[in-house]
Design a protein around this ligand. Sequence first.
Ligand SMILES: Cc1cc2nc3c(=O)[nH]c(=O)nc-3n(C[C@H](O)[C@H](O)[C@H](O)COP(=O)(O)OP(=O)(O)OC[C@H]3O[C@@H](n4cnc5c(N)ncnc54)[C@H](O)[C@@H]3O)c2cc1C
Ligand SMILES: *[C@@H]1O[C@H](CO)[C@@H](O)[C@H](O)[C@H]1NC(C)=O
Ligand SMILES: *[C@@H]1O[C@H](CO)[C@@H](O)[C@H](O)[C@H]1NC(C)=O
Ligand SMILES: *[C@@H]1O[C@H](CO)[C@@H](O)[C@H](O)[C@H]1NC(C)=O
Ligand SMILES: *[C@@H]1O[C@H](CO)[C@@H](O)[C@H](O)[C@H]1NC(C)=O
Ligand SMILES: *[C@@H]1O[C@H](CO)[C@@H](O)[C@H](O)[C@H]1NC(C)=O
Ligand SMILES: *[C@@H]1O[C@H](CO)[C@@H](O)[C@H](O)[C@H]1NC(C)=O
Ligand SMILES: *[C@@H]1O[C@H](CO)[C@@H](O)[C@H](O)[C@H]1NC(C)=O
Ligand SMILES: *[C@@H]1O[C@H](CO)[C@@H](O)[C@H](O)[C@H]1NC(C)=O
Ligand SMILES: *[C@@H]1O[C@H](CO)[C@@H](O)[C@H](O)[C@H]1NC(C)=O
Length: 552
Amino acid sequence: MLPPLLTLTILLLTTPVTSQACRCTPASPCWPTPQEWTTLNTTLSGNLIATTPLASICHTNSPFSTYSSTSCAALRSTWPLPSTHYTSPSSPMAPWFGTFTCNPFSPPTAPCTLGPLVQNTVNATTVADYITTIRFTQTHNLRLVIHNTGHDYLGKSTGAHALALWTHHLKSIGIIANYTSVGYTGPAIKLGAGVQVIEAMAAAHEEGYVLVAGNCQSVGVADGYSQGGGHGQLASMFGLAADQVLEWEVVTAAGEVVVASPESNPDMYWALSGGGGGVFGAVVSMTSKVHLEVKTVTANLTVSAAGVSPEVFWEVAERFVAGVLDVTDKGGAAIWMVTNQTFEVTPVTVPGGTRGELEGEGFGYTYNIAEFPSFWDTYVEMNPLSNVTEAQIGGRLIPRSTVESNLTAFMGALRAIADYGTAISGVSLNVSRNGVPDNAVNPAWRDSAIDIVLGTTFDYYNRTADLANQKLMTDVLLPMLEELTSDGGAYLNEADIHQPDWQQVFYGDNYARLSAIKQRYDPNEMFYARTGVGSERWTELEDGRLCRVDGV
Ligand SMILES: Cc1cc2nc3c(=O)[nH]c(=O)nc-3n(C[C@H](O)[C@H](O)[C@H](O)COP(=O)(O)OP(=O)(O)OC[C@H]3O[C@@H](n4cnc5c(N)ncnc54)[C@H](O)[C@@H]3O)c2cc1C
Ligand SMILES: *[C@@H]1O[C@H](CO)[C@@H](O)[C@H](O)[C@H]1NC(C)=O
Ligand SMILES: *[C@@H]1O[C@H](CO)[C@@H](O)[C@H](O)[C@H]1NC(C)=O
Ligand SMILES: *[C@@H]1O[C@H](CO)[C@@H](O)[C@H](O)[C@H]1NC(C)=O
Ligand SMILES: *[C@@H]1O[C@H](CO)[C@@H](O)[C@H](O)[C@H]1NC(C)=O
Ligand SMILES: *[C@@H]1O[C@H](CO)[C@@H](O)[C@H](O)[C@H]1NC(C)=O
Ligand SMILES: *[C@@H]1O[C@H](CO)[C@@H](O)[C@H](O)[C@H]1NC(C)=O
Ligand SMILES: *[C@@H]1O[C@H](CO)[C@@H](O)[C@H](O)[C@H]1NC(C)=O
Ligand SMILES: *[C@@H]1O[C@H](CO)[C@@H](O)[C@H](O)[C@H]1NC(C)=O
Ligand SMILES: *[C@@H]1O[C@H](CO)[C@@H](O)[C@H](O)[C@H]1NC(C)=O
């Protein structure tokens, strides 16, 4: 007899992928009939949208719409703007997923197909829409995708042949003056799943509050951002966005609406607070702590490598990276970027701080320090708008110990990485100043001084070059940082989609518990996202089909 492990291996190799083992596609007999789609659309009051790729107007043989060179030119000029994509029911921002099969930059004669885009989208506005969508995907064995802004770098908010639940229009915002629970009494904000950073910040500011939210104004709040951890300029002061959450309102795979809080469904609450978007349930709203507005001091800095020796240039970067630890200890945070051309700080922020706390860090370069009456004012004034990230990314959380005891080797690694033409962005922060709440945030965050994100060039015209750059990220660039941070990890929202051992790197020792919670709430694994908890049990085939790896 074969030992059990060997038997399993043979089974794995010889069992063909059967149709039930895969989610249905338009080519499979199990795909819903036109009548079933129509009935669904009626139930949804006409809010079912068949996907038309944005760039279909750029192609003469597109089955979706007619070619227009003027509309295409307009689309090309706005393609880098996040709003082009977050107002679309189906356009993911990550270029790897958003452009190859219907590319606004390819010749008009190039084909336009859906590729990794979803097939249909539900424009949800109510809890009933959520339940209808989830039930329909269960009944018909369809791939379900939850899609909010489409900011996700790892392609988690898109998927071939899928039915998407689009949460963008759930825009309710309520300030709760005195939220009261066993664990917390104080002001809070309740946000619908579609509320974006700038909307939430504006509403909070109007009532004299601030909340932890991302640097990019158009990222969501109650969604992939807070569910995945969520950093920002207030994260040293108050903790990560996931640490602020008081309760989630969520529709489960069983189609039930539940509240997840420390008192109610505490395991769901624990998992949603840091365990990653799109896999445990569909969030309808999130209630989080807000904090009193504070006067804030901010500074920005640009140092060019032109005209100085590389040694002098990298010395400036090194002194900043080391010196800013004092700032993060006081509750400040710094967003910086280095390439082999420039070092920029955009900006460094100390909520509640004064000018004196930032003086002496400009090294004689143009260092603009400004005091603002509120965090809102600095956020609006000093935070450059971000475009869609036209890069392929990878990331690493850098433990404070690496910065403190191995700074020379660390900066040497950054320099070597930059010399490949890579852009390196860093967020220096300390997300454990206020203690560490019991949630699913990757424990590696708590010892980290910097979240590093690397970006290699994305070429809209050359898939071979992009594949080579992905390989460079996984095989060459990230290993240079991993070598110095064996006790580190990566931020699951800003990471390499091909990260080896991603379960440990993205989730740390929380993975086993997250996986068990996932299986309890979602035994049929309706909620799938690339590199999400449980996704190792699924594989995406060449033709886009999503299939169970065990084939049964
Ligand atoms: C330009 C840019 C700037 C960024 N800046 C920051 C930053 O400052 N700080 C930071 O921490 N991160 C930042 N990020 C990363 C950001 O946190 C992730 O991209 C995150 O996934 C965005 O969430 P989203 O819901 O807006 O995007 P989407 O791509 O729509 O969704 C992301 C994931 O969340 C899931 N999801 C969405 N809505 C729900 C819901 N209602 N219920 C359950 N699952 C849901 C989706 O299925 C998907 O898995 C940035 C990204 C970009 C592109
Ligand atoms: C759903 O119904 C609306 C309103 O009748 C219609 O405009 C839309 O095209 C329909 N969606 C699909 C996918 O057929
Ligand atoms: C963002 O894209 C727009 C449109 O292409 C462009 O005008 C703008 O300069 C870009 N902004 C940044 C910060 O790159
Ligand atoms: C989605 O629904 C919202 C709210 O009803 C509506 O304003 C919007 O136009 C719809 N979007 C699309 C693309 O149908
Ligand atoms: C908030 O509610 C708590 C408990 O009900 C109460 O003790 C406290 O005085 C309230 N605070 C404010 C500012 O209303
Ligand atoms: C600093 O921010 C101000 C205000 O946004 C901007 O005008 C200036 O160009 C920035 N300077 C540097 C060096 O980044
Ligand atoms: C510092 O980095 C070097 C080079 O990778 C490594 O050999 C050394 O062990 C590291 N030292 C510490 C204290 O981590
Ligand atoms: C910067 O990176 C580019 C691209 O890899 C490279 O060609 C160049 O030599 C680098 N410059 C320096 C000063 O190292
Ligand atoms: C964060 O700050 C706390 C309190 O000052 C300190 O004990 C801890 O070492 C710091 N951690 C990091 C990762 O900077
Ligand atoms: C595409 O990129 C590859 C790898 O970098 C390169 O060898 C090839 O010449 C490029 N093709 C075109 C058409 O530019």
